[in-house]
Design a binder for this molecule. Structure first.
Ligand SMILES: Cc1cc2nc3c(=O)[nH]c(=O)nc-3n(C[C@H](O)[C@H](O)[C@H](O)COP(=O)(O)OP(=O)(O)OC[C@H]3O[C@@H](n4cnc5c(N)ncnc54)[C@H](O)[C@@H]3O)c2cc1C
Ligand SMILES: NC(=O)c1ccc[n+]([C@@H]2O[C@H](COP(=O)([O-])OP(=O)(O)OC[C@H]3O[C@@H](n4cnc5c(N)ncnc54)[C@H](OP(=O)(O)O)[C@@H]3O)[C@@H](O)[C@H]2O)c1
Length: 445
């Protein structure tokens, strides 16, 4: 019997387990599966930790999420086709759930499918080697509870370890002498820490928008966003400013490219993340930018230099949970021998063609449709649960419009489920006034 290793039990790794389990439920013989998860529970980034730096076992801390984080896209755009929000919560819920609500949803689906039995928690993969002669991957993991090494061989390995966990940390002149706190978004845990402070945010993407909004919502004095390429361009409240790049910091003052300077109390680097796989050797390590059409991955999942190896969820993400399902079902069917991977030349052509198409995209809306089409392409080759991709593209496009209209109010909108076709109810409190992000508070009428 074939043996398959999965690294990570976040949303991507769980999708892979669901894919295999759904085949098993249909009477198809599936390989032996071991899913290694370094944390003590599933859910990946959605599993909040107060820790920063290292975890309880001394491994790098995976968590990048923070208190009060709410979904930044409508939940209807990530809903599982075979497990709706309504099915899980036994009633329709509003469109922008806070983190604990989404974790509960992911957990409910995993519990229902009984896939926990495949997962070895507290197991940190430390090394993977491929033996060309034996055609086997040797995985070395640390059982962190027993503090011992476990080495096993597999026919396939699926990397689902995420790519928003290793921070990209730029240096600016004067950082070492800055009198306040400097941290990366990866280590940001609670906006209330910055109440009453003048905050400088570097970067102009999702983390910058959301951490800036959070800090303002929880009482910071002012938020300055320093962008490298282009401003966010949103209609920010009066306590916000957007400046071109930071040049340097001198004591408690930040100096910008446009000649302005400002006294600041803390700097939050919202400068993105690196695809970083410390547990993989050079020949198995994916090297790609954070983009929609990743380098080195045929159909976005098959590692071109070694087609017995797969990566899930390595794209820049409009779509998330439902894209991971589409990928996982596709990878499963390759491993089960239902889909044949072509020769290396054809794989390279596939990657180049996708990247060229991505380079022609003109804006975010085009990016959404591009990723939607990719998902449809994968789903059409397997029995992955189907959903209305065009309706979901439209939801994303509407959401982009809502953000342009009001960056502090877009989460107050409601969307129709592409699966149940029901419109979500309005949340009882608007986002700027909703301070309690607990599951109980969210679910109450
Ligand atoms: C701050 C933040 C907010 C986000 N908000 C949203 C949002 O609102 N909506 C949305 O759809 N998406 C959001 N995302 C995107 C997020 O990437 C996906 O939702 C999702 O978590 C990706 O799932 P994943 O399984 O690929 O990776 P992760 O969630 O990162 O899971 C990877 C898992 O692999 C494990 N792992 C890593 N290395 C090892 C190892 N060596 N050995 C064993 N286990 C290992 C980790 O512990 C983790 O459990 C957000 C991301 C960030 C950083
Ligand atoms: N639920 C939520 O509300 C929420 C909150 C935060 C994050 N997220 C998710 O987290 C993921 C990552 O988002 P992200 O914003 O952290 O990363 P990101 O989208 O990759 O953006 C990185 C930002 O950092 C800037 N940058 C990179 N290097 C820089 C440098 N040396 N100097 C100055 N600026 C630099 C980039 O600027 P350029 O444009 O110049 O390249 C870009 O604006 C996304 O999937 C997002 O959806 C969700």
């Amino acid at each position: 019997m074939k043996r398959v290793a999965i690294v990570g039990a976040g949303p991507s790794g769980l999708s892979q387990l669901h894919a295999f389990q759904s085949a098993a439920n249909k009477g198809i013989k599936i390989p032996q599966i071991v899913c290694y998860e370094k944390q003590s529970t599933w859910g990946g980034l959605w599993n909040f930790t107060w820790r920063t730096g290292v975890d309880e076992h001394g491994n790098t801390c995976h968590g990048s999420m923070y208190k009060h984080l709410w979904s930044n896209g409508p939940k209807e755009a990530l809903e599982f086709a075979d497990y709706t929000f309504e099915q899980h919560f036994k009633k329709p819920i509003p469109s922008y759930p806070p983190r604990p609500v989404l974790l509960d949803y992911i957990s409910g689906r995993a519990e229902k499918a009984g896939i926990g039995r495949y997962i070895r928690f507290n197991s940190n993969v430390r090394d993977v080697r491929y033996d060309v002669v034996k055609a086997k991957f040797t995985v070395t993991a640390r059982d962190c509870l027993k503090d011992r090494e476990v080495i096993e061989d597999y026919d396939h390995i699926i990397i689902a370890s995420g790519h928003f966990s290793t921070p990209n940390v730029p240096y600016y002149d004067g950082f070492e002498n800055f009198s306040g706190r400097i941290l990366h978004a990866h280590d940001f845990r609670d906006a209330r820490e910055f109440s009453g402070q003048d905050i400088l945010i570097i970067g102009s993407s999702y983390s910058a928008e959301d951490i800036g909004s959070q800090c303002s919502k929880y009482g910071s004095k002012s938020v300055t966003i320093a962008y490298r390429t282009k401003p966010t361009g949103y209609n920010w409240p009066p306590d916000f400013s957007e400046f071109p790049s930071l040049l340097c910091v001198k004591n408690d003052k930040a100096y910008f490219k446009n000649g302005y300077s400002k006294k600041i109390d803390a700097i939050i680097l919202c400068t993105g993340y690196k695809h970083h796989f410390s547990f993989l050797p050079d020949d198995l390590r994916l090297k790609t930018e954070n983009r929609l059409a990743t380098s080195e991955l045929y159909k976005g999942v098959v590692f071109n230099p070694n087609s017995a190896m797969f990566y899930l969820g390595m794209q820049d993400q409009w779509y998330t949970f439902n894209m991971f399902d589409a990928q996982a079902w596709y990878v499963r069917d390759i491993i089960l021998g239902k889909i044949v991977v072509p020769d290396e030349g054809s794989r390279v052509l596939d990657i180049v063609t996708r990247q060229k198409a991505e380079e022609r995209l003109v804006d975010g809306q085009a990016g959404v449709c591009y990723q939607g089409a990719y998902i449809s392409e994968l789903i059409n080759e397997t029995d992955c649960p189907r959903f209305d991709v065009n309706a979901t593209n439209r939801a994303f496009i509407e959401y982009i419009g809502h953000k342009k209209k009001g960056i502090m109010t877009f989460r107050d909108n409601c969307f129709e489920s592409a699966i149940t076709k029901k419109l979500a109810p309005t949340y009882h409190t608007c986002w700027t006034e909703a301070m309690d992000d607990s599951l109980d508070s969210y679910l109450k009428k």
